[in-house]
Design a protein. Structure first.
Lengths: 115, 118
C-alpha cells in the first residue's frame, strides 16, 4: 500500500506562477523527502525534512511538514518551464526506535509549466 | 562521480527469456535499492542490500525474480523466465548511512532500464 499520496495528480500552471503540491501519509515517520523525475529519467532528490522540523527552504523550494496531520507540502515559487516534471514524496516509516532504510513513494504529481 | 550506472538502458525480450539488469552504485555508498516503476503501481521497492548483504526482499514479486550483489560496486537483478507483466522501468538507487542515524538520507537513482517483454 502507498504510504505517501500526492495531491493533485496533475497540475498545469503558467511560467512565473507558484506551484503547490501536497503529500499525505499514514504512519509516523523519521523523514519525508521530495524527489523530481523528468520524463524518461531517474528520480532526483530535492529536499529532506525531518520529523522534528516544520519548514525548510532550498532555493525556490519550500517544504512544510505537519506531523499532527501527517501531511507535507512542496511549494515551487516563480516556476519555470524547466520545472516541468513529476514530483514524488517519499517517507520512511518510523520503526519504533529501530532502523528503517526503506522509502515508500507516492504516485506523484505531474507538474506542467507552460511558457 | 559518474552517479549510479545502469545497463542496459533499454531491453526488449520475448516471454520466457532470461533478463539480467545491472547496476553500479556510487562509490562509498553502503546501501543499494532496486525499484520497479509502472503507471498502475507507481514506484515499488523490490529489494535492498546493506554492505552487499540482502536485507529485505519482501517486495520481490515471485521466485522468478532474484538479485545479487557480489561486491560493493556491482549488483544484478535477474528475471527468469520473463513475462509480459514484468514490463516496467527498473531503477537502481544507492545511499549512504550516517552512523547513529535512524535511516538513510538521500537516495541517488540511476537512469533506469526500460524493460519490454513481448
Amino acid at each position: 500500500s502507498q504510504q505517501g499520496e500526492e495531491d493533485p495528480q496533475a497540475l498545469s500552471i503558467q511560467e512565473g506562477e507558484n506551484a503547490t503540491m501536497n503529500c499525505s501519509y499514514k504512519t509516523s515517520i523519521n523523514n519525508l523527502q521530495w524527489y523530481r523525475q523528468n520524463s524518461g529519467r531517474g528520480l532526483v532528490h530535492l529536499i529532506l525534512i525531518r520529523s522534528n522540523e516544520r519548514e525548510k527552504h532550498s532555493g525556490r523550494l519550500r517544504v512544510t511538514l505537519d506531523t499532527s496531520k501527517k501531511s507535507s507540502s512542496l511549494l515551487i515559487t516563480a516556476s519555470r518551464a524547466a520545472d516541468t516534471a513529476s514530483y514524488f514524496c517519499a517517507t520512511d516509516a518510523w520503526a519504533g526506535g529501530g532502523s528503517n532504510y526503506k522509502l515508500t513513494f507516492g504516485k506523484g504529481t505531474l507538474l506542467t509549466v507552460n511558457p | 562521480d559518474a552517479g549510479v550506472i545502469q545497463s542496459p538502458r533499454h531491453e526488449v525480450t520475448e516471454m520466457g527469456q532470461e533478463v539480467t539488469l545491472r547496476c553500479k552504485p556510487i562509490s562509498g555508498h553502503d546501501y543499494l535499492f532496486w525499484y520497479r516503476q509502472t503507471m498502475m503501481r507507481g514506484l515499488e521497492l523490490l529489494i535492498y542490500f546493506n554492505n552487499n548483504v540482502p536485507i529485505d526482499d519482501s517486495g520481490m514479486p515471485e521466485d522468478r525474480f532474484s538479485a545479487k550483489m557480489p561486491n560493493a560496486s556491482f549488483s544484478t537483478l535477474k528475471i527468469q523466465p520473463s513475462e509480459p507483466r514484468d514490463s516496467a522501468v527498473y531503477f537502481c538507487a544507492s545511499s549512504f548511512w550516517s552512523s547513529g542515524a535512524p535511516t538513510t538520507d538521500t537516495q541517488y537513482f540511476g537512469p533506469g532500464t526500460r524493460l519490454t517483454v513481448l
